[in-house]
Design a binder for this molecule. Structure first.
Ligand code: UTP
Length: 416
């Protein structure tokens, strides 16, 4: 650490965050050191501007939104084999790796532990991590390979995640040989007055910086370097909470290689025009995802000559990137979006406050905000029932929950 206590105090005074040292003297030496290091690392200018952004009204965007072209995996006809062969060759040559983003808090599901450790209630009682590893190993066998697997965790869940894997003997993978764990970035949480919160441990209350943190995390943690050493050129990045995620897809890869694009994404068609999902589009001529909150009813209902929705391709966090695109995206800061959440914290008098309603802002980057870094990308529409069974909510919600995911998983694998 570069700064001493006096310098840290001056820094906090400048940004009106002096409460962060309340009770400092009661902390043990390690905690004291850790707290000062944390404070030293905070980008106070960024936090200040993020706080200001929470007070701004959202002005309607003047961006020019146009539809994005896509291919339908089930209507490729003769091209299917063509793309598949190109992809198969690249996978056989060891050019593919999988990345699972498992750094989220999984607040909606409400499981006590990392979401990947969740048992969706199959007879096998396999966790999401095991279902994903089964699929990777199964696919890898077709190419006589263990597809290298990279897992993004957050500081909050890293230890539990790694221990879970250890307990399950890494599901047949070898840590640091073909299985790698790395942490994503974090940002301090703030209250509605812009004050940075302190957690129950006396340290700064930090929260993972969103799935958009993936690019920077891959670069900063030298995972991209590792990928290059292993001869990897293509990386499938998906979430931990889709138990039907198909991480090894030669058709998707073949399309990316053949069309010379550095990003290729999968989509599923919207269940209905009103479905609350983000859809692929072009924003000011560049690839992007438009949120359901941003889209007008007219746009949501618009159809092409074949009767297909013009804005109907949902983004499902199933994206393939060339390593060069990840490097580029990792070097470009993404905007942060605010989320208003419940956060337990220690107030300035040292009291533990457990809120019953949201009380704090957390800031997250979204993975798709980086799509504009590339001029062109390919979209491949796949069948929802074959590749998308998300576990987002508790069963009481009735949608995208363990019950619905279990049903889809069983149907796909003919388990009933
Ligand atoms: P979600 O946006 O659904 O968030 O993440 P979540 O954390 O799982 O759940 P809620 O919103 O708190 O209920 C989609 C995917 O992105 C990962 C998640 O682990 C999940 O696989 N993710 C999300 C991260 O890896 N880091 C983050 O900071 C956020």
């Amino acid at each position: 650490m570069d700064k001493n206590l006096g310098e840290i105090q001056a820094l906090l005074k400048k940004y009106d965050q002096e409460h962060l040292l309340n009770g400092y003297e009661t902390l043990d030496e390690n905690k004291k050191k850790e707290l000062l290091e944390q404070i030293d690392k905070i980008d106070f200018e960024l936090i200040h501007s993020l706080y200001q952004s929470t007070k701004k009204e959202i002005v309607p965007s003047e961006d020019q939104i146009t539809p994005m072209e896509y291919l339908d995996k089930n209507k490729l006809y003769d091209d299917y084999k063509y793309y598949e062969n190109i992809g198969k060759k690249a996978i056989r040559e060891g050019k593919l790796a999988a990345v699972t983003m498992a750094g989220g808090q999984g607040t909606r599901l409400g499981h006590d532990g990392p979401k990947g450790t969740y048992d969706i209630g199959l007879d096998s009682h396999k966790s999401l991590f095991e279902l994903l590893s089964d699929s990777l190993k199964e696919e890898g066998k077709k190419y006589d390979r263990m597809i290298p697997w990279f897992i993004m965790t957050s500081r909050e869940n890293n230890k539990q995640t790694v221990e879970f894997f250890e307990k399950h003997r890494y599901f047949g993978y070898q840590k640091d040989k073909n299985l790698f764990f790395f942490n994503q970035g974090e940002l301090p949480m703030i209250d509605t007055e812009g004050k940075i919160l302190r957690g129950e441990d006396g340290l700064i209350k930090l929260a993972a910086d969103g799935h958009g943190g993936i690019y920077e995390a891959l670069v900063k943690n030298h995972m991209v370097e590792k990928m290059k050493q292993l001869g990897i050129e293509w990386v499938f990045i998906g979430g931990v909470d889709n138990c039907l995620v198909k991480m090894v897809d030669p058709v998707l890869m073949g399309i990316a290689i053949d069309k010379e694009v550095t990003v290729a994404c999968k989509s599923v068609v919207k269940a209905n025009p009103k479905e609350k999902v983000g859809v692929f589009c072009k924003r000011n001529g560049k690839p992007n995802v438009i949120e359901y909150t941003e889209i007008t009813d007219e746009m949501a209902e618009a159809r092409d000559e074949q009767g297909e929705l013009l804005y109907g391709e949902s983004h499902i966090l199933c994206n393939l990137f060339n390593v060069s695109a990840i490097e580029r995206m990792g070097a470009t800061p993404l905007p942060y979006h605010k989320a208003y959440k419940k956060a337990t914290y220690i107030d300035k008098d040292g009291n533990r406050i457990v809120p019953e309603t949201p009380n704090a802002y957390k800031f997250e980057a979204f993975l798709f905000d980086a799509f504009g870094e590339v001029d062109e990308m390919a979209i491949l529409r796949v069948k929802r029932e074959e590749e998308f069974a998300p576990v987002k909510n508790a069963d009481s919600a009735g949608v995208d929950c363990p019950k619905t995911a279990r049903k889809l998983y069983k149907q796909f694998h003919h388990l009933d």
